[in-house]
Design a binder for this molecule. Structure first.
Ligand code: ATP
Length: 296
């Protein structure tokens, strides 16, 4: 990256040391070997594509690195810490966020509230706290001395702290809605948003956890070409803002257009790794995709 680009955008993260490392990861489901000794690294500041035909093991990779599954064997490290076998919320706190193939929002909450839930996940407040802010009580009731005046003061301090936290969460959430381009929908219930906006909302909510790595599982599914183009710009903007990005995507144009490097899986094994130009020419990749139509 040129120095000029760095100067132009101070938030831009330069590609650097290893952030995520999958080491010889195997994942079996009974007789099915979904991942078979998969080994790859994602560097800080990079956009890495994870591609492969249906059933190749891409989503299983995401599930293993985000704590949905514990690998049968192998090791996954993130930012120097072992994540394989850790609880999901702990992995979120370490800095991995993801979106899903099938959108998973809180349909009755507004767009803003959906993102606030993400912001809340790194604060002391909670989902019920987002829903019922006025019912929040101070956490440090244990310090109550028995004097009702002291209790009242504690409550006031606690409430004002929560109010401050909630206001900050609201502002952060609104900024994120603006960043993904749907701030005009802030007050609408998530279920009423057009499909493309729901996908953007999922991204905003994932970003609200302030991740070091954002994993996007088929973010362009169901998008028309214009929406895909805007998504491509958004993915670049996310990386420029800070987080590294790991993207599973079937749309080859998008993958080739946005990633720095690509890892290719087939039948749970890594069959290739390289720059988009290298992957495009790789005979094993061409063979794996031969006769498999992409969804363009
Ligand atoms: N929970 C599970 N139980 C049993 N088998 C599973 C489970 N999850 C995944 N698999 C199997 O593991 C293999 C890899 O699935 P995975 O969903 O990771 O593939 P994928 O590359 O994401 O496919 P797609 O592009 O179709 O989403 C498949 O054979 C799948 O049926």
């Amino acid at each position: 990256m040129s120095e000029q680009m760095l100067l132009a955008d101070p938030a831009r993260t330069e590609v650097g040391d290893t952030l995520l490392h999958m080491e010889n990861v195997t994942m079996r489901f009974g007789g099915v070997v979904a991942l078979d000794g998969v080994d790859f690294a994602l560097r800080r500041g990079e956009i890495l594509g994870l591609i492969g035909p249906n059933g190749a093991g891409k989503t299983t990779c995401f599930n293993a690195m985000t704590g949905v599954y514990t690998p049968t064997s192998g090791r996954i490290t993130f930012d120097g810490q072992k994540v394989s076998g850790r609880k999901r919320h702990r992995i979120t706190q370490l800095g991995i966020a993801r979106t899903f193939q099938n959108i998973r929002l809180f349909p009755e909450l507004t767009a803003l509230e959906n993102v606030m839930v993400g912001v809340d996940s790194r604060h002391h407040t909670s989902v019920p706290g987002t829903l019922f802010p006025v019912w929040r009580t101070p956490r440090r009731q244990d310090e109550f001395t028995g004097d009702p005046r002291w209790h009242g003061l504690q409550r006031l301090v606690g409430i004002s702290r929560f109010a401050r936290e909630e206001r900050r969460a609201r502002e952060t959430a609104y900024d994120l809605l603006r960043f993904v381009g749907i701030e005009k929908r802030a007050g609408e219930a998530a279920r009423n948003l057009p499909y493309g906006d729901q996908r953007r909302l999922e991204i905003a909510r994932a970003l609200a956890t302030d991740p070091k790595l954002l994993c996007l599982d088929e973010p362009a599914a169901g998008f028309n070409p214009a929406e895909k183009e805007r998504l491509l710009e958004l993915i670049r903007a996310i990386r420029d803002r800070g987080p590294s990005v790991l993207v599973i995507e079937h749309d080859m144009r998008l993958v080739m257009g946005v990633t720095d490097r690509i890892v290719v899986l087939e039948f749970g094994r890594k069959i290739a790794e390289g720059t988009p130009a290298e992957i495009r020419e790789d005979p094993a990749v061409i063979a794996a995709y031969l006769g498999v139509p992409d969804d363009e």
